[in-house]
Design a protein around this ligand. Structure first.
Ligand code: SF4
Length: 99
């Protein structure tokens, strides 16, 4: 059986919900990561074969993480969040500017 749901999207799992909440809370509590961290993450994504380019913003989506294509999953948003990391290990969690 495929790990995709019948509508072709990755299924929402408890671990994905937990990761999303952890990322959102870290962003609310700690704020954006420092600009140099955002830029380093962005540079990694822009040179990555998993990047899904989207005309609506300057970066796009990660095709590896399984977060889908909602606005909250846009890399322009995700890369600012402290407690997120690249599923391929190309960049790690960081601290926000208010931490
Ligand atoms: S988060 Fe990681 S795997 Fe996804 S596009 Fe960026 S560098 Fe590639």
């Amino acid at each position: 059986m495929s790990d995709k749901s019948i509508n072709g999207r990755d299924p929402i799992t408890p671990s994905k919900v937990a990761s999303y909440l952890k990322a959102k809370v870290s962003h609310v509590v700690q704020g954006d990561v420092p600009p140099h961290v955002f830029q380093d993450r962005k540079d990694s994504c822009l040179s990555c074969s998993f990047l899904v380019v989207d005309k609506a913003d300057e970066i796009g989506f990660c095709g590896k993480c399984g977060c889908g294509r909602a606005d909250g999953a846009r890399l322009t948003n995700k890369l600012k969040m402290p407690k997120v990391s690249c599923p391929e290990g190309r960049w790690q969690e960081s601290k926000g500017q208010k931490a």
